[in-house]
Ligand binder design. Structure first.
Ligand code: ATP
Length: 268
């Protein structure tokens, strides 16, 4: 499943000196400033930052929804300027079509992409199984719980076999227990597919659990102020959640991340 074209050196996401400003003249507001980044094709990266620091704007540029004011976005070695199927996006809300069954929702994008019926059926079944929703295939969205709907949305995105999946606070509307279940599902899915995941969150614990690499943005900084390999991430450490949270490095790392997020940018 999923790795796109491009050579090994070019595969994944490359951001080169990305800046973004909204508005014109006196209304102009610089949101992102000189961001450069290389993300390998099989990575799981969490971007952590407070509300309004520019995380979603960055994701929208990588998705091709928004053009940077300066700099370039490349996906698998090719400049990326508009949405295309190799970059999948999962949002906070599932956006399922309420009149289609769950399998109909997953198959919809495949039909639009001209995938033949037999292949469509096979892929729909495979990806519903991957997210643990085989038994819900014929239900309508309103018959599913919030977590199940988000899993259906994930299956729909993955079924297009993107090489990169961008996730914008996908679990933040879920209750705490469902959220933990979803996090475990996502880790399992990443371990099986090794698709590049770019995951936005404002939750430090979520970033420490999920991200092999964590990038931190501060309010008003417009750039990453921390970029580090996370020794605790569950996909690598294999620790169950309760052991991970009890690990001796957990509290210091959590503290460090919290401080990075809130530190006044004039002190950095
Ligand atoms: N289309 C737009 N036009 C003008 N300003 C915008 C636009 N979109 C976002 N902004 C502003 O850019 C800044 C960054 O917004 P963005 O949504 O990227 O932040 P965020 O870190 O994702 O926030 P949150 O966690 O609350 O979603 C905010 O001040 C926001 O008001």
């Amino acid at each position: 499943m999923g790795i796109g074209t491009g050579t090994a050196a070019e595969a994944g996401i490359r951001l080169t000196e990305i800046s973004l400003a909204y508005g014109e003249g006196r209304e102009r507001r610089q949101v992102l400033q000189g961001i450069s980044l290389d993300l390998p094709p099989d990575d799981f990266v969490c971007v952590l930052g407070p509300s309004g620091c520019g995380k979603s704007s960055l994701l929208h540029m990588i998705a091709g929804y928004l053009q940077p004011t300066e700099g370039t976005v490349s996906i698998n070695g090719v400049p990326h300027r508009k949405p295309d199927p190799q970059v999948g996006v999962v949002f906070q809300h599932d956006n399922l079509f309420p009149w289609l069954t769950i399998s109909g929702n997953v198959a919809f994008g495949l039909r639009m992409a001209g995938i033949p019926k037999k292949e469509r059926k096979r892929r729909t079944a495979d990806y519903l199984s991957l997210v643990g929703l085989d038994a819900a295939a014929s239900l309508l969205p309103h018959q599913l719980s919030g977590g199940m709907k988000q899993r259906a949305a994930l299956a729909r995105t993955l079924a297009a076999q993107p090489s990169i999946v961008l996730m914008d606070e996908p679990f933040s509307a879920l209750d705490a227990l469902t959220r933990e279940t979803m996090q475990q599902h996502l880790i399992g899915i990443w371990q099986r597919t090794r698709t590049c995941i770019f995951f936005i969150t404002h939750d430090v614990d979520e970033a420490l659990l999920l991200g092999r690499r964590i990038l931190v943005m501060q309010a008003g900084s417009g750039r990453f102020v921390e970029d580090f390999a996370n020794p605790l991430c569950q996909a690598e450490s294999g620790l169950p959640l309760h052991e991970l949270r009890a690990a001796k490095d957990y509290i210091p790392l959590r503290q460090r991340l919290l401080q990075s997020i809130v530190r006044d940018r004039t002190t950095t």
